[in-house]
Design a protein around this ligand. Sequence first.
Ligand code: ADP
Ligand code: MG
Length: 630
Amino acid sequence: MLAESARPTPSTDASTGHAAGGMPVVRMLDEQTIGKIAAGEVVERPVSAVKELLENALDAGATRIRVAVRDGGIGLIEVADNGCGIVRDELAVAIQRHATSKLQAFSDLDALRTLGFRGEALPSIAAVSDLTVRSKASTSEHGHAIRVQFGIAGEPEATATSAGTVVTVRDLFANVPARKKFLRQTGTESGYIQRAVAAYAGAYPEVAIEFVADDRRSFATSGSGDPITAALEVWGAEVGNAALPLEPLEEISAVAGVTVTGWVGAPSLTKSHRQGIVLFVNGRWVQNRALSFALEEAYHSLLMVGRHPVACAQVHVDPAAVDVNVHPTKAEVKFEDERAACRALSRATHAALARGPRADLPGIRLQPVPGAPAEVGGTVMPVHNQQGLSTLRPGEVVSSPSPTAGTPTVPWVAPQLQPKPSVVAIGTEQDAEPVPVHRSGVPVLRVLGQVGGNYIVAEGPDGMYLIDQHAAHERVMYEKILGQLQGRESVRQPLLDPLVVELTPEEMGAWEKSQAELGEIGFEIEAFAVQAVLVRAVPALVQRVDIAERLRLILQELASGGTGASWLDAVAISTACHTSIRAGQALSVPEMRELVAQLEQTTHPRACGHGRPTMLHMSRGDLEKQFERR
Ligand code: ADP
Ligand code: MG
């Protein structure tokens, strides 16, 4: 290692800076002293050098970067990249002060797309270390290396090296003992470096970044391009699994000129400090209180007091709308419109949180209401009496009379009827308190709302119920059709204008096969042409639907075999299915109440005519268990 005194200094009393006569003398500092002073600004501690070298590699367009350090960066820092490289003649220039390939005039800063622009990093590091740059430009045949020992540069020499650049820094601050004294223990310095490399690896998922400390690999990203994958690779499963992607804002909440990318952690993952919040602006790692406050604000009531979220978020604005030249180590930036940046970050965070955790909320497990899956429509048709009670004896098993190929042939078990059918106990043993239920076995339900345009959420005496609106309505329709068949009531609804419906040959065949059954159910359909029928009346139950479309669906199902105990049953099931409310149809609360009330009146409310469950249940006990209240 070269000692400080080994390099030339002006002939001045080094301790006072005074000339022999005692008067202070104003003179130009020599290059090396200038370099050391400048280095103080740029290279505060080892992590500052690592950050500059890493930024140079990113600016060089590298897709693969390896950062290795030893002894907290004091012993060694080495950053190797596969970027564009530096040609021989420019090697000597790159290590000079204010030498940069990235900026020519001050106004270029407005359009700056690179992280570096001052041309200070390499000379500043070189002034306080033993630095070697080995590089091979993609356009050159040979590589070259240049060594600068504490500010004194050698000549570029040919060397064997692969395309890209390797910068090796040894004995950092060896010639500035004052700065070295202020450094922390090597473990702490190494921690700062790890945090910085991790931040860049998280924010540049498209670049494969590896970090090795004291010959141990700390992490490596794959360069997948996906921020969540990078989060997993850098910070591990706990953080990666909690990461919620920040996605483009919808048009109405978008902030002009600002976009936000990256991820924020689910509220379940918190820290007692804010260091888990990694912020980038235009590819630059920054500290910005306003931005981190905006991000945290989006969590408001979701976090406990004193806890902070984790995130790796990036704000993108027009380079002209942000001043990057306000801080010696470029750790801060000044926005033209900071509030807009904050608003965009806060809204994007809010949206990510609202979209919700992916794997991170435990999935709720609902049970089909007991007895549901096997109550296939066809099996119930002949066996109910006026009270709506099954004539099967408890436990009696009926097998499905004509199972269709592919339909599970689960035998139907008659429900264990209670002596007092209006109030029976349902639910698990530990909460076996009797709850009010309808004769059908459905508890009295209070409709709360709709999920996904398809499921009705309801509360019962024992917890929560989800009802499939289509399956429920299908069951209602099916039993109404059966009721009318048995009662021989007037079920027809004549159409004012008879409707011509064109059919395919298959549909036509199904119609011919089912004419009698369709007639019994309430359709009045005549042949009209080779491939068309004339619909004169439909079942009175069928309301507010496109008759032609629904008739075709019924005939299509029948053409492919149908499901049911008899052909009449198959026609009834198909009619019920295709004339009922569809999934995805928004219902008002009164409409949902009406539907649930009708379902409650059915004999077998727990499955649709095709045997799919109409409702799922989560008991109070299950809720308590899953929320870990007991
Ligand atoms: P700045 O990054 O501000 O331009 P530096 O002192 O960090 O200044 O680097 C000086 C110049 O050296 C850069 O402008 C660039 O042309 C070249 N350079 C530095 N590091 C690399 C690298 N890893 N790959 C390619 N060129 C580099
Ligand atoms: Mg640079």
